[in-house]
Design a protein around this ligand. Sequence first.
Ligand code: FAD
Length: 392
Amino acid sequence: MNRKFDVVIVGGAATGSSLAYFLSASPSFQGSILVIEKDASYQKCATALSAASIRHQFSTPENIQLSQFGTDFLRRIGQALEVDGDQPDVGFQEKGYLFLATPGGEMIMRENNKLQRSLGADIELKSPSELQATWPWLNVSDLALGSYGVRGEGWLDAYGMMRAFRRKALSQGVTYLEDEVVALNKTRSTVTGVTLKSGETIECGTLVNAAGTAAARLSAQVGVVLPQESRKRCVFYFTCPEKLPDCPMVIDPSGAYFHPEGEGFIGGIQPPPEQDPECFDYDVQHTLFDEILWPVLAERVPAFEALRCEHAWAGHYDYNTFDQNVILGYHPDVENMVYANGFSGHGMQQSPAVGRGLAELIEFGQYRSLDLSRMGWERVLNNQPIVEQNIW
Ligand SMILES: Cc1cc2nc3c(=O)[nH]c(=O)nc-3n(C[C@H](O)[C@H](O)[C@H](O)COP(=O)(O)OP(=O)(O)OC[C@H]3O[C@@H](n4cnc5c(N)ncnc54)[C@H](O)[C@@H]3O)c2cc1C
């Protein structure tokens, strides 16, 4: 006889394991939960390969609030995810983002700041002279304004956070299975279960698509086109002979970013559109560093003329080609399938709030803590993109 679970989650990284944790932590939820993860080493998933940073500097209220809950959760993650007296430490470094704007970007930065502050985000605007006084190693000659996260932003060990979610979910009775979903079984508008690579078939009440960059393929099996592609993003680790005191996560107007990491820094930049096709390999684009990133970094921080790239890796964004924001919740054509896809570079920081939100949606049929309905399928089906100004 086939096994049956009330909720089957495909993908057990940050999103899937956060949801498994929040749902199994709900005292009123009595159902069974299965997480199916094809690679329990998690070596290639976006969560493990991410730059693992969290910010409140968005231009969409929901994106700000999703990350604000992420920060709250990270501050108390040790207690929340404690198992047998062992409290996880995910090394959350609350150090702030520094977005930089040229005169062309000043107005939008000021508008974003108003929204961010109205939602309680502790973000300060700084003039070029204030920027220079605070970070003397920065070249501010072309800048009109900076926007600095005083509290709440920073970076962490994303792999550690994901493992902590998973371990706590297991301790709360969630079942994890290492196998690959190769087919979704469906009758009319209902997913009845999944077929696994091992040949087993499992029946489900609710099916959750938390399959990261594989989500569009999974969705196609129920006839729903998910506007998502796998886009390669490279992260470079480099050292520099000169120290940069109090270095935050710096976001250059070009979109290049860097922050301190151990003895050095990590940084990256989005490739130009013509070099950014759908992509599944993990080869590092070294020319991106030599020809684009390094010149930009050295212009912004003259000390970086002397940097040395030590190593690099490539991962994949779950890139929403429609509007680069997460698509959350049910699709009207498939009554029991929940989506959490298309994060486009924000999924790690949004995973605590998305896990909590989807747990509420599945158990109660509605969001209770934070209304995430605007992030649902309706905007996609009605062709009304949510325009987030701070995508990079
Ligand atoms: C280089 C890089 C830098 C990033 N930087 C940041 C950042 O600074 N901040 C931030 O918030 N986000 C960042 N992101 C984005 C973030 O990492 C992702 O949005 C987030 O990790 C997505 O989590 P997920 O659990 O939804 O997907 P994933 O982490 O991709 O996990 C999906 C899981 O599903 C499994 N799976 C897939 N198909 C199947 C199947 N058929 N059967 C069973 N299992 C399956 C996979 O094995 C995988 O473990 C970055 C991403 C990259 C690549």
